[in-house]
Ligand binder design. Structure first.
Ligand SMILES: *[C@@H]1O[C@H](CO)[C@@H](O)[C@H](O)[C@H]1NC(C)=O
Ligand SMILES: *[C@@H]1O[C@H](CO)[C@@H](O)[C@H](O)[C@H]1NC(C)=O
Ligand SMILES: *[C@@H]1O[C@H](CO)[C@@H](O)[C@H](O)[C@H]1NC(C)=O
Ligand SMILES: *[C@@H]1O[C@H](CO)[C@@H](O)[C@H](O)[C@H]1NC(C)=O
Ligand SMILES: *[C@@H]1O[C@H](CO)[C@@H](O)[C@H](O)[C@H]1NC(C)=O
Ligand SMILES: *[C@@H]1O[C@H](CO)[C@@H](O)[C@H](O)[C@H]1NC(C)=O
Ligand SMILES: *[C@@H]1O[C@H](CO)[C@@H](O)[C@H](O)[C@H]1NC(C)=O
Ligand SMILES: *[C@@H]1O[C@H](CO)[C@@H](O)[C@H](O)[C@H]1NC(C)=O
Length: 492
């Protein structure tokens, strides 16, 4: 029974990313593909427990010389960019020479003190870009104006708290590419983790001053898989080489895909408790999709009712307006200072497809044959492996002294807080400090609960799936506390 619901989640995750994102013309297109792929593919994904396939990786062969590369990657200024005091870099790191796979990164050094930790950010999908979402509309230093060609500052960028590295992964996402087209048909969680760790080893050669720096990995959504899988690969490599190759201190995942069944039930629980579907529909889904009374027909029927009920709203932020006019404007609209612009995806698409922008970023140097997109379909439809749960990897990180935080924007309906709570419950941990509010600016920023063994759950009040887009100040406060290992101040 898990199967159908699993694919339902996976495909709706993907589908809604498009629906919520830009380019209206793609929506019906994707819907058709979605149904086709759902029928065709639902038995070919390997769902067994994740294990890094790194035993045969010879570090001497995959770590390539990086002299002079850092200087070449330095970004003087992005088109339409306001002046800033920190340095930015962007470029490619080859992760597999024989296949010709190279991952694109964008790095923003910390604004005030370069001695701050190194923080990697990953978006999910699978197949979605960390530049599209993370860098350009969530936690990066700039956001794109409605003219699609000029930028304005995000005053709550995470490079106030860390040196932030955005990585487009796996190859095929955004500017990251492969010269071996069959790679599109052999990519999955394992390939992603292996290429990402090879990326990091090479990147640290290119930026050796960060080699021993405290290192943290962050991400959202399907990066709930990528982040702990990369942590697993790092722990594995450090152990194998008896050396701290990468100084991993902590991982943090937001509105994250963690554990199939709890993620799914939690989504419908959220819909019902937020008056989007009826209690009866939720009860039907629970009974016919997730219990011993499983009944495929009735499960699908209740799921279809839920789908209809949640049409025409942004499931990624249930109280938020949709994008009604995403056309570029001749002159920039006044940037929303308190509210995120729901049409941002369109501005970013226009900006990142500009030749001058790509040149400044040192991106697309090989003239990739397709446009830059926020999410990649070919990768998604051929995804090879995706375990049912990543709980064992969270436990592994905790057992190795790696700090683990799970955060949740509490107005997201896609991987909502009810899902995260159920997934944590499935880990059967003992509460250390019980549920309490945490404060920011004299108001509740969210709620927090800590568990014995080092796990923290923190919600962000009023934030959707992309937490830093909707609550930038609260998100910055949260990440700062995560990095310093101190819970935000609050009321017991
Ligand atoms: C490079 O990628 C190919 C798949 O495209 C794979 O077969 C090969 O093992 C990879 N090489 C290394 C060193 O990981
Ligand atoms: C991919 O192919 C292009 C064109 O031949 C080449 O310039 C580039 O270096 C290759 N990429 C990698 C990572 O080998
Ligand atoms: C990848 O798989 C698709 C079908 O899923 C097929 O149409 C395509 O030819 C394959 N591409 C390569 C390069 O193997
Ligand atoms: C790591 O240490 C173990 C035990 O001390 C030793 O057997 C092994 O050869 C070492 N491995 C490397 C790569 O140095
Ligand atoms: C969902 O809405 C469509 C279009 O209005 C309708 O045809 C379909 O019967 C509805 N499905 C359910 C299960 O209510
Ligand atoms: C957006 O642009 C399209 C194509 O130029 C045009 O047809 C449409 O009317 C515009 N939408 C709005 C709301 O102005
Ligand atoms: C890529 O295309 C541009 C023009 O669109 C051209 O100037 C450049 O030489 C091309 N680069 C490569 C590597 O083919
Ligand atoms: C790369 O550049 C070419 C033009 O040289 C362009 O057609 C293509 O859309 C670009 N692709 C990406 C992924 O940026």
């Amino acid at each position: 029974m898990g199967k159908i619901t699993f694919f339902f989640l996976l495909f709706t995750l993907f589908l809604s990313h498009f629906v919520a994102s830009s380019l209206g013309k793609r929506q019906s297109d994707v819907l058709g593909k979605f149904y086709k792929a759902k029928q065709k593919k639902d038995s070919s994904i390997d769902k067994s427990q994740f294990k890094a396939a790194l035993n045969h990786v010879d570090l001497d062969k995959v770590i390539l010389p990086q002299e002079g590369q850092k200087e070449k990657d330095w970004i003087k200024k992005l088109p339409g960019q306001p002046p800033v005091k920190f340095q930015q870099y962007g470029g490619y790191v080859t992760v597999n020479e024989s296949a010709g796979r190279a991952l694109y990164y964008y790095f923003t050094e910390a604004e005030n003190s370069k001695s701050l930790p190194l923080l990697l950010w990953l978006n999910g999908g699978p197949g979605c870009s960390s530049i599209a979402f993370g860098a350009m509309e969530e936690l990066g230093p700039f956001r794109v104006h409605s003219d699609g060609k000029t930028l304005y500052r995000n005053h709550y960028a995470w490079n106030l708290a860390a040196n932030v590295l955005f990585l487009e992964s796996p190859a095929g996402v955004g500017f990251s590419y492969t010269n071996t087209s069959s790679d599109f048909n052999s990519t999955g969680d394992k390939r992603t983790a292996n290429d990402n760790v090879v990326f990091l080893l090479n990147w640290l050669e290119r930026f050796p001053e960060y080699k021993n720096r405290d290192f943290y990995i962050s991400g959202e959504s399907y990066a709930g898989h990528y982040v702990p899988q990369l942590a697993h690969a790092i722990l594995h490599l450090n152990k194998r080489s008896n050396k701290t190759l990468i100084n991993l201190k902590g991982i943090i995942i937001g509105n994250a895909v963690i554990n199939e069944d709890t993620d799914n039930v939690g989504m419908y629980e959220y819909f019902a408790s937020h008056a989007l579907i009826s209690d009866q529909t939720f009860l039907d889904i629970q009974k016919y999709c997730y219990s011993d009374f499983y009944n495929e027909e009735k499960c699908n029927k209740a799921g279809a009712v839920s789908d209809n009920n949640t049409d025409n709203l942004d499931i990624y932020n249930i109280f938020f307006p949709l994008c009604h006019d995403g056309n570029l404007t001749k002159h920039p609209k006044l940037p929303f200072t308190l509210q995120f612009d729901p049409c941002s995806d369109n501005y970013i698409y226009a900006y990142l497809n500009r030749r001058d922008v790509q040149e400044a970023l040192h991106a697309n140097v090989t003239n990739i044959s397709y446009d830059w997109e926020a999410c990649s379909d070919p990768l998604f439809y051929n995804w090879k492996d995706s375990p049912l749960t990543i709980i064992p990897l969270l436990e592994e990180s905790l057992a190795n002294g790696v700090r683990v935080w799970i955060f949740s924007g509490d107005t997201d309906g896609r991987v909502p807080v009810t899902s995260s709570k159920r997934s944590i419950k499935a880990m059967d941990l003992t509460v250390d400090k019980p549920w309490r509010s945490w404060l920011y600016g004299g108001e509740v920023g969210g709620y927090i609960e800590t568990y014995k063994g080092g796990l923290t759950l923190a919600t962000v009040r009023g934030a959707g799936h992309e937490v830093p887009s909707y609550q930038p100040a609260r998100a910055l406060s949260l990440i700062s506390h995560f990095l310093s290992g101190t819970p935000p101040p609050g009321n017991a």
